[in-house]
Design a protein around this ligand. Structure first.
Ligand code: BYC
Ligand code: FE
Ligand code: FE
Length: 478
């Protein structure tokens, strides 16, 4: 078991004090991070006590400590999962060799790029969510938002640790740049599409934590297989925290659905909006949006980058051990590719793609199956209430902005449609400005009384860490 030092400026289990140069570099970055947090982190609640869990070790029982903290004083630490003795590389061209403890020179650039891309998403999400406190449905939810935010901050630390400890001067420059890009800023945007989309209200927040954090889960699972052992160990521990983020999304939407069906029963026209709730078709549109932008995050269906990552044993498949073969040199995957001639869509054809080039699609398929589980649960709530509406994940081709379907128009069933038809129907399928305005209008009055819950969402069945639901999870003077 690795020793944990929490008394230092930067809590860690990587024996930071034995590497003075690295320690100085990280201690120099720390105040810049806190400045970024104060400027771009949660607005309006930085002085409040928040009931948060803080990672203090990587022990499977009791890795976290719960207490009130002011967010800028959160103890962001560096924690790597315990090493696996004599770990061997489990896939790709270097399969069977000893896992690397330092960066292989020939892969330095692509590995840095993977680490930077992962790292960039973490502060981006905090930026996207920074204004949500002012429209929160309860103190319970407010606390969950901030729990997610501080942990995304810690995930940034995890990647910055790798950059500072293994990539020399370029790593230090990348660590600075991670604090300089801004979500949604056209001059210095975050790297990946979904992380520049505005997250204006809590329906988007819950959809984001359900769908976009789930991309995080799959990308982290793929990186947890990495032959570069420090990356594998840090992502393994990040996954422990990630589970809560998806829980927040899944239960958040579930509670909205519970409340919606209650309001529908109350209304003689089964009209949830008339009762100040969020109607099911609106929820479906937000599912369509955040699911499709999250599908984009997996990268192109046919990707030489993905083949390179796999070949160089840097990024594997989720749970590589469940596959029989780990080299992927002889198999193919059939992918439906659009035929486009002179800019015009002519139909689809199935193409055999060498498996290594299809690794993004392999990971995306797992993500699709995992995403369905939440919808099944939400649908059971609707079914039990006696309504016939059911949520459905749109087709993988729907509303894509990257990969082979980008630039083409498909309906939610995946049928090709004309651009005119898309324009005429899109407001039924993805949220319109009017949907955003309606949802936001419900949230204008934030709830800071521990005994209250907003009208558009049901109370959770239980509180956090054995505390009651009406606990003062955030001590906020309204
Ligand atoms: N938006 O070969 P391609 C998380 C770029 S989420 C914009 O198709 P590749 C979290 C791509 O960079 C997990 N650009 O894709 C969740 C490439 O650029 P170049 C984040 C995109 O490289 C919630 C070009 O298009 N972690 O942790 O195989 C809250 C063609 O690339 C997008 C990772 O992503 C896009 N959506 O795969 C907080 C893991 N997609 O070469 C946190 C690290 C692609 O033309 N990243 N491009 O300049 C990777 O593994 C890969 O970079 C990707 C892309 C899977 C993202
Ligand atoms: Fe994260
Ligand atoms: Fe997350």
């Amino acid at each position: 078991m690795s020793t944990v030092v929490t008394s230092e400026k930067i809590p860690n289990n990587v024996d930071l004090s034995s590497d003075k140069k690295l320690q100085r570099a990280l201690e120099a970055w720390q105040p810049k991070f806190v400045d970024w947090w104060k400027q771009m982190g949660p607005e309006g609640f930085q002085e409040d006590d928040v009931y948060l869990r803080t990672a203090v070790s990587v022990d499977s029982d009791g890795w976290a400590h719960y207490d009130y903290v002011k967010m800028p004083d959160y103890r962001w630490g560096i924690f790597l999962a315990d090493p696996i003795p004599d770990r061997k590389i489990g896939f790709g061209d270097f399969m069977g060799q000893d896992a690397w403890q330092s960066v292989p020179g020939e892969f330095r650039n692509i590995l840095r790029r993977l680490v930077v891309t992962q790292g960039d998403t973490e502060p981006a999400s905090v930026e996207q969510q920074r204004l949500l406190g002012a429209i929160c449905p309860s103190l319970y939810d407010l606390r969950n938002l901030y729990q997610v935010n501080v942990e995304e901050g810690r995930h940034l630390w995890a990647m910055v640790y790798l950059l500072q400890s293994h990539f020399g001067r370029d790593g230090r420059e990348e660590a600075e740049a991670l604090l300089e890009r801004r979500s949604g800023n056209p001059d210095k945007p975050r790297i990946l599409g979904a992380f520049n989309e505005p997250c204006k209200h809590w329906l988007s927040f819950f959809s984001f934590t359900y769908f976009t954090d789930r991309d995080g889960k799959y990308q982290l699972l793929a990186l947890a297989e990495s032959g570069f052992d420090p990356l594998a160990r840090t992502t393994r521990f990040m996954l422990t925290e990630e589970a809560h983020h998806m829980f927040v999304g899944e239960t958040g939407i579930q509670r909205i659905v519970e409340r919606t069906v209650e309001l529908m029963k109350k209304n003689k026209n089964e009209d949830a909006r008339a009762e100040g709730g969020i109607d099911l078709p609106t929820i479906q549109r937000f599912i369509n949006f955040w699911y499709s932008v999250s599908l984009d995050l997996f990268g192109g269906e046919i990707s030489s980058n993905a083949a390179n990552y796999f070949a160089s044993s840097l990024k594997g498949r989720a749970k590589e051990e469940k596959y029989e073969d780990h080299v992927a040199l002889t198999q193919v995957m059939n992918i439906d590719v659009p035929i486009v001639e002179a800019g015009a869509f002519k139909g689809m054809k199935s193409e055999e793609v060498p498996l290594r080039n299809a690794m993004n699609e392999v990971l995306r398929e797992e993500y699709v199956a995992d995403s369905q589980r939440g919808l099944d649960k939400w649908n059971r709530v609707i079914e039990k209430a006696g309504f016939s509406f059911r949520f459905k994940l749109p087709h993988k081709r729907f509303h894509r902005a990257s990969g082979i379907y980008a630039g083409l128009t498909f309906d939610p069933e995946g049928r090709p449609i004309s651009r005119e038809e898309w324009e005429a129907k899109k407001d039924e399928w993805v949220p319109s400005p009017a949907d955003d305005a309606y949802v936001l209008s419900l949230m204008q009055k934030p709830i800071y009384d521990p005994n209250q819950m907003a009208n558009w969402i049901a109370a959770p069945p239980r509180g956090i860490k054995g505390q009651p639901v009406n606990y003062a999870y955030v001590r906020h003077e309204a």
